[in-house]
Design a protein around this ligand. Structure first.
Ligand code: ZN
Ligand code: MN
Length: 435
């Protein structure tokens, strides 16, 4: 066992699928569009252009926050996060820092040693930046993404293994899709992960005096690989007696290693200050209540309900609550099954094993399969007669008192019908005819 343990937190950025951008009326549906066609003076950061708030985006952020058990702040404010980079025409990003929209939530995750509660520090609203492409020694900028609503969800440093981190990120993705606020497609960059990692001696209570941030990871697999590499690198450095410092690192997928990007970057470097062009946000209790009530049943609630209400196993309940569409398909099939006498567990097994298209009437299919089993007494009698006449030796030993051969006769009936007879019933009939 290692003398060190990791201390980790996660920041997740998710682009909301609103019609328009965060602070202007440009279309936010920019994916695959011609560069710089979804722009206006506001999202290009031209002098004198004034931003205004997209209410739908604020709603999306609150949906996420409430689902994570956060409190919606009575008052929240936008701030300018100042930094220089060409993907940011204004020279600052409108974000939230001291007064985030949603605060203090939590999420239960499963890791190597079972369940663990991860505290969520905040879910705040901000805007995306433009996108740089480095092509043939030239850097090109596309501002279509600039100003697209972005929600940032930050955890406390509560993760202790990578399985927990992975489970958390997957659950968030599932949540965004359930809530319908984002497609949360990692490859398209709808959802981006940043992990902060440090290690400390086992038993130490205080947080380590440094942390390493891993930026811009666009797949769950890369994230796990990058974190594991980083834990190992840091432990080795500490064991050599080196002192680790605050830094930002990236992931090189070819070399399978992390590399230094920037060192020593602190919040005060951004010189945050309140955005003077936007009003503070005050969300009324009734508005919060309305959004709370509009929320669908959350996937983890569905999972436990499927177990208690339909008697499903945990793994089956998990599969069937994976997506909202899957869960709805299952439950409407259960509803059909009620009228046809087909139980939820039969339906669950059929959906999981046969993977039918959602247009399939599952309960009816199962019913037809059941009817396919020969249960008709007249029909079974005829089959029994045939079996008896075809197996005189067995019949004779049965009559001499070797009653166990009845099994062999039932087996013969099974073979004859391709396994379609009801074994119990055919046995009764055979016994009746022979006794
Ligand atoms: Zn615009
Ligand atoms: Mn951010």
């Amino acid at each position: 066992m290692s003398k060190y343990e990791p201390v980790m937190g996660l920041e997740v950025h998710v682009e909301l699928n609103t019609k328009s951008k965060m602070f202007c009326r440009c279309s936010a549906d920019y994916f695959g569009e011609k560069p710089n066609t979804h722009t206006c003076p506001v999202c290009l950061g031209l002098p004198g252009a004034l931003p205004y708030i997209n209410e739908k985006a604020i709603e999306g952020c609150m949906k996420i926050g409430l689902a994570l058990g956060c409190k919606v702040a009575e008052v929240s404010r936008f701030e300018r996060k100042n930094y220089f980079y060409p993907d940011l025409a204004k020279g600052y990003q409108i974000s939230q820092y001291r007064w985030p929209l949603c605060v203090r939530g939590e999420m239960e995750v499963v890791g190597l040693e079972g369940k663990r509660r991860i505290r969520i520090n905040r879910a705040h609203q901000e805007e995306d930046t433009g996108k740089l492409s480095h092509i043939g020694g030239v850097t090109l900028i596309d501002f279509n993404r600039s100003g697209v609503p972005l929600v940032e969800i930050v955890t406390e440093p509560d993760f202790t293994d990578t399985a927990q981190v992975r489970d958390y990120a997957k659950k968030l993705q599932q949540l965004f899709r359930y809530l319908g606020v984002s497609n949360a497609d990692m490859e398209r960059g709808d959802m981006r992960l940043e992990a902060n990692i440090s290690v400390r001696p086992v038993g130490q209570k205080e947080l380590p005096p440094y942390r390493v941030e891993l930026k811009n990871i666009n797949s769950f697999r890369f994230m796990v690989a990058a974190i594991e590499y980083e834990i190992k690198r840091q432990i080795e450095a500490l064991e050599r007696g080196e002192k680790l410092t605050q830094e930002t690192r990236g992931w090189n997928e070819e070399k399978k290693e992390t590399y230094l990007q920037r060192s020593k970057e602190e919040a005060h470097d951004y010189r945050y200050f309140p955005e003077p062009d936007l009003p503070e946000l005050r969300i009324s209790e009734s508005e919060i209540q309305r959004i709370r009530e509009s929320a669908p049943e959350l996937p983890w609630k569905k999972e436990t309900r499927f177990m208690s209400e339909y008697g499903l196993s945990e793994s089956n309940a998990k599969i069937l609550s994976e997506s909202k569409e899957m869960a709805e398909f299952f439950e409407s099939s259960v509803e059909d099954g009620r009228k046809l006498g087909v139980g939820p567990r039969q339906i669950a097994n059929y959906i999981i094993n046969q993977k039918p298209d959602i247009s399939v009437k599952v309960a009816e299919k199962i019913k037809v399969m059941d009817v396919g089993v020969i249960g008709d007494i007249g029909e079974l009698g005829r089959i029994a007669e045939e079996v008896i006449s075809e197996n005189p030796d067995l019949v004779e030993s049965y009559k001499k008192g070797k009653v166990t051969v009845i099994q062999a006769l039932v087996g013969a009936a099974m073979r004859k019908t391709g396994g379609k007879v009801d074994a119990g019933k055919v046995r009764e009939i055979l016994e009746g005819k022979l006794g």
